[in-house]
Ligand binder design. Structure first.
Ligand code: GLU
Ligand code: ZN
Length: 487
């Protein structure tokens, strides 16, 4: 393959959506696979909805995912600027060319007139489109409309009776009829080009070779093809990636769960897990293996294995995959990931002293195997915080064990045993429990479960020795006597 140049061109009208992230990823994988160039361009021609905050959020999300770029916004390059609003000058000669050649004309129609036309077509069961009212205006008529204060937009004159063919890299041959399109606006009355126009100019001027984007843009492609032709640009290859659906097979939306990359980041997903998961949304590797880092993905990626059918976003699978990466990650990294959640829940202070951090790391270690995403940490380690013990009221087993005749004696014996400790760790705790069992001639549930419930209020939770060891002598003693006082 010749020099590959691909781009991801987000509109900064919201945070980076998982669909956008997947498009960015596929472009990135494609570029990295062929040693090509990845370009990031910002399509901010929607003046009302674009913001710089969204732009930096999107770039942040891309960086967090590890999707770097060789050319474009922030990093620069030979085809800049990479923000459409800063490229208006570059568009001007092409606008003039289309007007001079009669391929575009000024349209003075008001919003009301256009709406009327749309409504009339729809009432007849026809596709709403512009029927060309201004396509044959004389200079005199134009001057009159201008004098009446009408601000014109520029429309592209769609040639009649043309068959437009996209040889899509993913979807195969797709055909469109130019007659269904209607002359469309390429420059709005405020002088700002529309997406369909700016995207063609930018892709052509930036030498983009492959346009890989979401299926929702397929219907724009015939309009863009017409512009490539009218401007005499060579046409890049197109590949439209299938939609992402929720499990009910409707288009993925907020109803299904988090839809933006920042939300997953905030919930405590790891970027490598999200990248791995998104790569498999529409692309499939050759073997059975499902766990890949981004280098491995780039090595294996090919458009031939990108599916035509929609991809279903399976939250359970994402959680499973994230849990896998959490287990693989270093404990320090996972502690860092969990810390903000513990702080938010008020369990940990804003500034954590070194010793407390060491303790916290051991606490997180008890949960690392079970954690699917960092936000779950609070529920999993709550048991390590606080002096009192609240019996979990849905936990019947806990209540039963606490009500055993032998339980007060177990608690007292353990407290007595603990007083002789010089050290307090898992080993001494284990020995003490054994000693208590021997002395009282109690074993199994009546011993271990009783202690567990007495210190935690629950019949389940982290390893009992680890729990006691991490609570430490003071907290353990306080909780045991608290429970005893309630019996
Ligand atoms: N700015 C467009 C979007 O965010 C990108 C369109 C394209 O890739 O051509 O959907
Ligand atoms: Zn008009």
């Amino acid at each position: 393959m010749g020099q590959v140049r691909v781009r991801f061109a987000p509109s900064p009208t919201g945070p980076l959506h998982i669909g956008g992230a997947r498009s960015a990823l596929f472009n990135w994988l494609f570029a990295r696979h062929y040693g090509g160039t990845m370009i990031i361009r910002v399509e901010d021609t929607d003046l009302d909805r674009s913001t710089v905050e969204y732009e930096s959020m999107i770039l942040d999300s891309l960086r967090w995912l590890g999707l770097d770029w060789d050319e474009g916004i922030e990093v620069g390059g030979p085809h800049g600027p990479y923000r459409q609003r800063e490229r208006l000058e570059a568009y001007r000669p092409y606008i003039e060319k289309l007007v001079d050649e009669g391929k575009a004309y000024l349209c003075y129609c008001s919003e009301e007139e256009l709406e009327e036309e749309r409504a009339a077509l729809m009432a007849k069961g026809e596709m709403p489109r512009y029927l060309g009212r201004c396509s044959k205006l004389t200079e005199k008529e134009r001057n009159e409309l201008c004098a009446a204060g009408r601000k014109p937009a520029l429309r592209f004159r769609v040639p009649a009776g043309k068959l437009l063919v996209v040889d899509d890299l993913v979807r195969g041959r797709v055909e469109f009829e130019s007659d269904g399109i209607g002359d469309y606006i390429i420059v709005k009355s405020d002088g700002i080009p529309t997406y369909n126009f700016a995207v063609v100019l930018d892709d052509a001027l930036m030498g983009i070779t492959h346009i890989l984007r979401g299926e929702e843009h397929l219907s724009n492609t015939p309009r863009q093809l017409l512009l490539y032709e009218a401007l005499g640009f060579s046409v890049p290859l197109f590949g439209h990636i299938s939609l992402i659906l929720g499990e009910d097979r409707s288009k993925m939306s907020k109803r299904h769960g988090a839809t933006s990359v920042v939300q997953y980041r905030e919930q405590g997903y790891l970027p490598e897990a999200l990248v791995n998961f998104l790569a498999l949304l529409g692309w499939s590797p050759e073997g059975e293996e499902e766990i890949f880092n981004s280098d491995e993905l780039a090595r294996q990626f090919s458009l031939e294995r990108v599916s035509k059918s929609p991809a279903v976003f399976n939250f359970e699978k994402l959680k499973w995959m994230n849990a896998y990466y959490i287990r693989q990650a270093s404990l320090d990294r996972i502690t860092g990931l969990c810390l903000p959640h513990l702080q938010q829940a008020g369990l940990v202070e804003e500034r954590v002293p070194k010793e407390r951090l060491a303790w916290l790391t051991r606490v997180v270690a008890t949960a690392q195997e079970k954690l699917e995403y960092a936000e779950q940490i609070t529920g999993l380690v709550k048991v390590f915080f606080g002096e009192t013990v609240e019996l979990c009221d849905t936990d019947e087993e806990a209540a039963q064990v606490l009500a055993l005749e032998t339980t007060p004696a177990v608690i007292k014996a353990l407290m007595a045993e603990a007083r002789s400790f010089t050290e307090w760790d898992e080993d001494t705790v284990r020995k003490a429990l054994k000693e208590v069992g021997k002395k009282l001639n109690i074993k199994g549930k009546a011993l271990f479960m009783a202690v567990r419930v007495a210190v935690s209020g629950q019949s389940h939770g982290p390893d009992l020795n680890a729990l006691l060891a991490l609570l430490g002598p003071d907290l353990a003693a306080k909780r045991l006597s608290y429970t005893l006082s309630k019996l």
